[in-house]
Write a protein that binds this ligand. Structure first.
Ligand code: GDP
Ligand code: IMO
Ligand code: MG
Length: 432
């Protein structure tokens, strides 16, 4: 592998262009070699970002993927929702594997995931029955609900036991009514929750800071800052396939709000795009393959959730959704991942439009209904039979694989600057 290209820094957003699990962890880890600060800006431990370093595999849910380098300050921004027990466990896991988590910085303004959020997530899903979203049941939606109804408890509240207890009791009055009267389940007792969370406070104290200020100072000092998205564009609460979405903004706008920086801090937006597409949980999926081709993507691609172990639904690359992702986030370049998984298919398909009874859509349809009923219009490309996982230069790739990459570029209208052909850092081709 050649040297990493000099990305115009300081601010680079790395975000998922599909329904998550595109390989954001791998790409962030790769680029973090040249970063000073890596910030997670939204989501919580619904995310599962995998990093492979040599023979070792790490699955991170909250701590930014830059943590592998001791030169990087990993930051959990104000836009995240944080389950403190999970954060402490993740830090302990890293520590036990020789990675110093002492550098992790946590925004005082991030919201806490509380036990009633997890419980509500589970019962709300159960009550949805067939309409289930298929959430990760980590309490993400209910925690963001409280943030937006201004009933949330923030990280900074942990350090004022009186205020914390007051806020907890106020919240529980409401939540226990919901749990018992609406969802027919047992109420929660405040005392053990307060006791547990106040022990977290002691353990987290040294990590908590004004992360917006930290990032601003880094940028002023000319440091390189990466903003690592969780989930993906089509799971965005505003731009995704609502209601089958997560409760935050993985798109580029979310990075600004969720880290507390302005748009002038951003020079580059890298869209991470899997060479095919997957989704986990419910919701429309025009290019989904319910056949042996999809099965093969699951098997060869190891498409099982990092967080919940659920089988991911797989299908052909969706160019309509890709162009949409480029538009809503202003993606400037693409990191194309898991190209190796497509080896061995005779023909490859990429959706370039959707057909419905009424119309042909080349832009992502405004009406959600269309996504459920449309038929993708495919462009067929030649496949390749060679194992490409050892390729390190564009020219090492078979012509058909090169053509596939070029096709993605033409479709997206932005260059593919990185191609990933395996989970390891070294299994990456850089293109100028
Ligand atoms: P994220 O949520 O976007 O960070 O992605 P995940 O980590 O949930 O899922 C991506 C999976 O694919 C992980 O198991 C990675 O180790 C693996 N992976 C990443 N890039 C590649 C690649 O280019 N080829 C293959 N075969 N696996 C990859
Ligand atoms: P990473 O960062 C894939 C999906 C869930 C569900 C919906 C809402 O690893 O790409 P939530 O628990 O967020 O309320 O669930 O969003 N989902 C993900 N799918 N990758 C993720 O994260 C996801 N995080 C949430 O499966 O459909
Ligand atoms: Mg993932």
């Amino acid at each position: 592998m050649e040297r990493l290209p000099l990305h115009p820094m300081p601010g680079t957003i790395i975000l998922g262009a599909q329904w998550g699990d595109e390989g954001k962890g791998k790409i962030t880890d790769l680029l973090a070699e040249r970063a000073d600060v890596v910030v997670r800006y939204q989501g919580g431990n619904n995310a599962g970002h995998t990093i492979v370093v040599g023979d070792e595999k790490f699955a991170l849910s909250l701590i930014p993927s830059g943590v592998m380098y001791d030169t990087v300050t990993p930051v959990i921004g104000n836009g995240c929702v944080v389950d403190p027990a999970v954060l402490l466990e993740e830090m302990a896991m890293l520590s036990s594997r020789g990675i110093e988590p002492g550098r992790v910085q946590l925004s005082a303004n991030a919201h806490l995931i509380m036990p009633y959020h997890r419980k509500l997530d589970a019962v709300m899903e159960r009550y949805l029955g067939k309409q289930q979203i298929g959430t990760t049941k980590r309490g993400i939606g209910p925690a963001y609900m409280d943030k937006f109804t201004r009933q949330g408890i923030r990280v900074q509240d942990l350090f004022d036991p009186k205020i914390f207890r007051q806020k907890l009791d106020d919240a529980l009055k409401d939540k226990n009514k919901l749990l018992t009267k609406v969802y027919n389940t047992l109420p929660l007792d405040g005392a053990p929750i307060a006791e547990e969370y106040l022990t977290f406070a002691d353990r987290l104290y040294d990590h908590v800071t004004d992360t917006s200020l930290l990032v601003a100072n880094a940028i002023t000092d000319g440091q390189n800052v990466l903003f690592e998205g969780a989930q993906g564009t089509l799971l965005d609460i505003d731009h995704g396939t609502y209601p089958f979405v997560t409760s935050s903004n993985p798109t580029a706008g979310g990075a600004l709000v969720g880290a507390g920086v302005g748009p002038s801090s951003i020079n580059n937006v890298i869209g991470v795009v899997k060479a095919y597409i997957s989704r986990v949980g419910g919701g429309p999926f025009p290019t989904e393959l319910d056949d042996e081709v999809g099965e093969r993507m699951v098997e060869v691609g190891g498409e099982f959730g990092t967080v919940t172990g659920r089988r991911r639904r797989c299908g052909w690359l969706d160019g309509v959704a890709l162009r949409y992702a480029v538009r809503v986030s202003g993606i400037t370049e693409i990191a194309l991942t898991k190209l190796d998984v497509l080896s061995g298919f005779d023909r490859l398909k990429v959706a370039v439009a959707y057909d419905s009874l009424e119309a042909r859509y080349t832009d992502f349809p405004r009406q959600q209904r269309v996504l459920f009923n449309c038929h993708p219009v495919y462009e067929e490309l030649e496949g390749w039979s060679e194992d490409i996982s050892g390729a390190r230069e564009h020219d090492d790739l078979p012509k058909a694989a090169q053509r596939y990459i070029e096709f993605v570029e033409e479709l997206a209208g932005v260059p593919v600057t990185m191609v990933s052909v395996g989970p390891q850092r070294t299994a990456t081709l850089l293109r100028s």
